[in-house]
Ligand binder design. Sequence first.
Ligand SMILES: [Zn+2]
Ligand SMILES: [Zn+2]
Length: 233
Amino acid sequence: MFGREHERAGERLDLVALMLLRALEAGEGCPICQLAAETCENTLWSLLWENVNDPDVRARIREALGFCPRHTLRLCQVADAEGLGVTGPAIIFADVLAAIGDALHIGRCDLRAAGPCPICAHERTSERGALATLLCYLDHPRLATPMRRRGLCLPHYRAARGLSGRHDLRGPLAALHARHLDRWAASLASLAAGEIAPAGAGWLRGEAPWPPARRSERRRKLIPVSHLRTALV
Ligand SMILES: [Zn+2]
Ligand SMILES: [Zn+2]
């Protein structure tokens, strides 16, 4: 979804820019983290509802020897939130355990995965595309105002700086980030005790709240069946 190159044409926002604008207006944290969390939720939703028995999807999960710890947890959280029970996660875990057993049986005893966690890989692709769009529209009238109120977490600020070809935006990006750091530091005194840990994890480590701030019942109708297949195959 975010993997293409973004060319700013006139002052109209493209689809990814509109998603970014909605993410900027939806919550309080880093908008790229929010989009990544939504990507994760949507992908796992598609997996559980549509693709648990898809051979290609299952092969990709087996190659990775399952999901990373965070996405293993998210898989179970989405299944629970959707009222699906543990059947889907259990089928996937059993498949991964069988793949590990097969690897041992043929002497691949180092048990190294042949690929990354599929959800992590999809999130990284989405993040790169969203950051490219953010840089492209950084001075757009509709994005500039919410961007002054919201900031990037530290990992996504670094990633934005590292995007090739946009060295001209490093100065404005750094100035924007400096203002957010001042605002966050000033807000620490007013946070309740229970808010400090998630705020620090969000600003410094890119930990988005879970579930994502926006949850829409319409999402089921909007997600194409091919979503996970496109992401994982
Ligand atoms: Zn972030
Ligand atoms: Zn992962």
